[in-house]
Design a protein around this ligand. Structure first.
Ligand code: NDP
Ligand code: KPL
Length: 338
């Protein structure tokens, strides 16, 4: 039987690993001591806002990366800032020809893996569209819907996800789709600045206006970088901009139709801030600024959010500002650059 290892047993790693086990796969999780202990003591419980709960009393979660040597497929589920260290472990222990799948946000993780891993290891980019948050010892909750998207899909992984009820699709433009997801993830920084749920932020019109300005700027950067931006959850970021600009009543109606978000869902970045972990902002707004510089254009709106989120992480607390304050921040930079 194909052996799957998940490197980085946090929210996404535990969620994907648990779903794969529920779908019949042989999975080992590799994570930090705190999660290994929680899972050993309580088992793993996965709750979902519209699917049945999954409870796995005996899931194997270890801190020992040497188990990577047994894996035919390795899913990388660390935060982007930990990818290089994870890649070193795969290079050290992984077997010849192992397939490595990056389930991470941003567009740089595959490059980091390619730089470190030997050529005989295959690397597949993947996109996780839904949100997962830790809710208790060994418990994780998913509060938004969506299908996984992969650059290509090894059959055992595909069938285990399908058996578990998790939709998966394979994309012909995975790089463009990763850009689309990264652009949607610009919302993580804004959500972090409000300190509230995704829904509370998105229901403020000025919050959506600020996000729309950041998304438009990112699309100009992608254009300058020669990238054909793909889709996220079947929609282009340009269509998202139009939706974001709708008045509250219309936005509420449209959102119900295009994405289901439960009342508790927050971004992974806000979870990181509250847990005292480093932020992924360098791989989101920071990536837009870097790509802008590379392409010889500027991205002042995303740079402003980058600076405000970096400051929040330095202080260890969300400034808890409103959508109108975020909009003012984004617009003030536009005035400065005139
Ligand atoms: N959470 C979400 O809703 C979503 C997240 N994503 C993306 O998925 C990726 C993972 O995010 P998420 O699950 O939230 O992150 P988490 O921080 O919850 O999980 C990552 C875990 O991996 C651990 N880790 C890091 N390096 C190693 C290593 N070398 N060996 C073993 N364990 C390691 C971390 O430990 P420590 O904290 O001690 O470093 C942490 O416990 C990110 O790129 C994120 O942007 C994508 C879609 C949704
Ligand atoms: C699911 C989503 C889009 C929610 O913001 C996400 O990717 C994250 O939290 O990192």
């Amino acid at each position: 039987m194909t052996k799957i290892a998940i490197l980085g047993a946090g929210s996404i790693g535990c969620w994907l690993g648990g779903q794969l086990v529920a779908g019949g796969a042989d999975v080992t999780l590799i994570g930090r001591k705190r999660y290994a202990k929680q899972i050993a003591e309580n088992g793993l419980k996965l709750t979902h806002f519209e699917r049945d709960e999954v409870y796995l009393p005996n899931l194997n979660c270890t801190t020992d990366a040497a188990v990577l040597a047994d894996a035919d497929i390795i899913g990388v589920c660390t935060k982007s800032q930990d990818t290089a260290a994870a890649a070193q472990q795969i290079a050290k222990f992984g077997k010849r020809g192992v397939t490595v799948i990056s389930f991470q946000n941003g567009i740089r993780n595959v490059e980091i893996l390619k730089d470190i891993l030997p050529d005989h290891m295959g690397i597949i980019p993947a996109i996780v569209p839904f949100n997962v948050t830790p809710t208790g010892p060994g418990c994780f909750h998913s509060g938004t819907a969506g299908d996984l998207v992969l650059g290509s899909a090894p059959l055992p992984l595909l069938s285990a996800f399908q058996n578990s009820g998790q939709g998966v699709s394979v994309s012909g433009n995975i790089v463009g789709d990763q850009w689309a997801k990264m652009i949607v993830n610009l919302n993580n920084g804004l959500n972090t600045l409000t300190g509230g749920t995704l829904r509370e932020g998105l229901m403020q019109r000025d919050y959506r206006r600020a996000l729309a300005l950041c998304v438009e700027e990112a699309l100009c950067v992608a254009d300058a970088a020669g990238v054909k931006v793909g889709t996220f959850n079947g929609r282009t970021p340009s269509a998202l901009v139009k939706t974001l600009r709708l008045p509250n009543w219309a936005y509420g109606l449209v959102m119900q139709l295009i994405v289901k978000i439960d009342a508790k869902a927050r971004s992974s970045m806000l979870d990181d801030l509250e847990a005292g972990r480093p932020s992924e902002i360098d791989f989101l707004q920071g990536e837009i600024v870097r790509q802008a510089e590379k392409a010889g254009v500027s991205a002042p709106k995303n740079a402003a959010i980058f600076a405000a989120v970096s400051e929040a992480f330095e202080k260890g607390i969300s400034p808890k500002i409103t959508g109108s304050e975020i909009l003012a921040l984004v617009k003030s930079t536009a005035a400065q650059t005139l």
